[in-house]
Design a protein around this ligand. Structure first.
Ligand SMILES: C[S@@+](CC[C@H](N)C(=O)[O-])C[C@H]1O[C@@H](n2cnc3c(N)ncnc32)[C@H](O)[C@@H]1O
Length: 249
């Protein structure tokens, strides 16, 4: 378990523009870029944007807010979708919030070189950065897009914060650092706590296919499927909550 403070987490920047955690000695996202990973692993893996079509409310739960790329990509996909749900609620847990300037820098870096962006995320990152201050441990709420997009950020260790959340997730993004160096984010207890916030049919996506993650998800009641990954990764994981321990791939 980690010791959480209200100081901003410092971010290192690699030569290829990727944000890097000195604390965990890992990249915040794969070298394909944060936006590409958000779209290709997390949104796609959870069946979004189609999953929220026709819905009044839709809730995404994330472990590891990091530089907010998944949140910004989800918000951008929602803005770009004429069939979007009426209200989008994004709930995320983060032990070490970064500085506002790093959210903006990461969004700009994620967009660099990408063409055909329906909705750029850098302006959304500026909006997020404008309300991102004094992130002391505890639960914080932010409203965007005239209150139709809500961000709930639980600042603290995942083991302590997940049980404090209520509501039901329609989709889950598991985005800790690599399981070998950040085991708390993928532990059986964490996956069970995630499952308690799911309903039958909740979709889940992550970039890792580590055995212990697949096994933990199955024990927590998910049906798990390996899918072709974003190069250079060969695989990624999609799962659906079925509510009882499952023995799939
Ligand atoms: C891969 S990064 C997340 C990237 C993020 N989803 C994005 O879109 O930018 C993993 C995040 O998990 C956070 N983290 C690591 N261990 C944690 C813990 N025990 N509890 C809560 N957050 C943790 C790290 O601080 C880091 O921001």
């Amino acid at each position: 378990m980690c010791g959480v403070t209200s100081m901003s987490e410092s971010v290192d920047w690699l030569a290829d523009g990727c944000p890097y955690s000195h604390r965990f000695q890992d990249r915040y996202h794969s070298c394909t870029g944060g936006l590409v990973q958000a779209q290709g692993v997390f949104l796609r893996g959870c069946g979004l944007p189609q999953g929220w079509h026709g819905r009044d409310h839709f809730t995404v739960l994330e472990t590891g807010f990091g530089l907010g790329q998944n949140f910004l990509a989800t918000w951008a996909a929602w803005l770009a979708d004429p069939q979007r749900c009426k209200h989008l609620h994004f709930v995320s847990v983060e032990a070490y919030p970064v500085a506002a300037a790093d959210l903006v820098r990461a969004a700009q870096a994620a967009e660099a070189g990408l063409r055909d962006l329906h909705t750029p995320i850098a302006p959304l990152a500026e909006e997020l950065a404008s309300v991102w201050q004094n992130l002391s441990p505890g639960v914080h709420h932010f409203d965007f897009s005239q209150g139709r997009v809500q961000l709930t950020l639980a600042v603290g260790d995942v083991a302590q914060m997940l049980p404090q959340l209520d509501g039901v997730a329609d989709a889950v993004f598991l985005d800790g650092f690599s399981p070998s160096i950040n085991p708390d984010m993928w532990s059986a207890a964490t996956l069970q706590a995630v499952a308690l916030l799911c309903r039958p049919g909740t979709t889940l996506a992550t970039y890792t296919i580590a055995r212990r993650v697949r096994d933990g998800l199955k024990t927590a009641g998910f049906s798990v499927k390996k899918c072709p990954g974003l190069p250079p990764k060969r695989d990624r994981l999609e799962a659906v909550f079925i509510g009882s321990p499952h023995s799939g791939t």
